[in-house]
Ligand binder design. Sequence first.
Ligand code: PRT
Ligand code: ZN
Length: 285
Amino acid sequence: MSKLKIAVQKSGRLNEKSLLLLKECGIKISNGTSKLKAEAQNFPIEVLFLRDDDIPQYVEQQVADIGILGENEVLEKGKKVSVVEQLGFAACRLSLAIPKNKNYQGVRDFEGKRIATSYPNILAEFLQNNAVKAEIEEIGGSVEIAPSIGLADAVCDIVSTGSTLLTNGLKEVETVLNSQAVMISSGQLSTEKSELLEKLLFRIRAVRNASANKYILLNSPDSAIEAISALLPGMKSPTILPLNRKGWSSIHSVVKEDEFWDVIDQLKSLGAEGILVVPIEKMIV
Ligand code: PRT
Ligand code: ZN
C-alpha cells in the first residue's frame, strides 16, 4: 500500500504546529524530528522534514505529495503546486515599512526607492500592479536593519505583532499580502494517494471545526426556548431536555467561539441560567 508523503518544516515557526495538527488528527509519528524522515504508526503517511523554502519545489517534483508551509513562501516560489487547505495557524502579513520619521502619502512614495526584502517576486508583482518603479534589494535575513545601515530606504517583510518593525524604528505603511499556514499538493496524486489526502483533510477539518466551536449547555425558562434556539441554531437544531422542575428546560447546542461573547448577553437577558461552555475535541459537520 502506498504512503502519502508530507513535507513539514524541519525547524522554525511552523514545525511544532504542523506536527501538533497531525497529532490531533490521530496520527502518531514514531521517530523525532532529528531525522530527515519519520513514519506514522497508524496512518499510511511518511513525514519529510525540510526547510520551508524547499517545500514547493519538492512538492512540484513529487518528492513529497503534499506539504505544510506559509502561503507567502508558496507565492514567492511560484512553483506548480496548489493550495488544498488553509490551516489557520502562523497568521502574518507581508508589509512595506519605512523609517518612522518619514512622511507617507501613498504607494507612489516608493517610486525610485530601494526596498530590501526576502520576497522579491511578490514585491515585484505588487509594485507592477501599482505602476511603481523601485529597486529591489534581495536579502536573506535581518531585513529590518537594512534602512538603518543605509542598504535601503524601505523594507518589505513579514510582520505578525509589529514589534520587530517598532524596535528598528520602522512603521508599516502598506500590506502586500496576508498569509497563514496552508497545505499544498502537486495536484498529480494517484487515486490511492488522493483518497488518503481526502481522509487527512476530513480529519483536519474535524479538528479545526472543533477548535472554532464550543459546546454550550444552559437552563432556560420554557417561555424563552424559541428565542434562545434562534440564537443558538447549533449544527441541526439545539437539543431541548426537560428539567425536573416545572417550566424549565435544558438547552444544548454549539456556538462559534468568536460569536460566544456577543451571544452571552442576549442569552442572559432572555432568562438563561447556569450557562456552561465546554471545549469540543472533534467536530464532524
Ligand atoms: O529554516 P527555514 O527556511 O525552514 O525557516 P524560515 O526561517 O524561512 O522561516 P520561519 O520559521 O521564520 O517562518 C516560517 C513561516 O512562518 C513564514 O514563512 C511565515 O509564513 C510564518 N510566520 C508567521 C512568520 C512570522 N509569523 C514572523 N513573525 N515568519 C517570520 N516572522 C518574522 C519576520 O520575518 C520578522 O523578522 O518575525 C519578525 C516579525 O515578527 P513581529 O511579531 O515582531 O512582527
Ligand atoms: Zn525559509
